[in-house]
Design a protein around this ligand. Structure first.
Ligand code: SF4
Length: 116
């Protein structure tokens, strides 16, 4: 069906809508999902607070758990060994540990974001 319209299936979510589903409401719900899953890299950017944040890219993270050892006051691991949060506010006294996590994450999944 997509090919007939010149479209292709890329990265994203495919959801089958039932006849009694509000398409607009489902579109809004689906648009909010990647925002929550991607450390606020897309549509939440305008609402973020100023300051430094430690962000974990879940699409890169492979669950080594090293970040939680290097920055234990910032990163906690879930039962499967992956960080439980993706956008963590960093106080100035926590920046050293945060930088170690960024520099030593084997998957290059951690980064510091400075927002003004
Ligand atoms: S060190 Fe990197 S790859 Fe390992 S759990 Fe932390 S973020 Fe994920």
């Amino acid at each position: 069906m997509l090919a007939g319209l010149g479209g292709t299936l890329g990265a994203g979510a495919v959801v089958t809508l039932l006849d009694d589903t509000c398409p607009l409401g489902e579109t809004a719900r689906i648009a909010a999902w990647p925002a929550a899953e991607s450390a606020g890299q897309c549509c939440q950017r305008g609402e973020e607070e100023a300051g430094t944040r430690l962000e974990v890219d879940r699409s890169r993270c492979t669950g080594h758990g090293l970040c939680a050892v290097l920055a234990p006051d910032l990163i906690r691991l879930g039962p499967h060994g992956y960080p439980t949060s993706t956008g963590i506010p960093v106080a100035s006294w926590q920046e050293r540990g945060a930088r170690r996590a960024v520099n030593q994450c084997p998957a290059l999944a951690v980064r510091l974001q400075h927002r003004v």
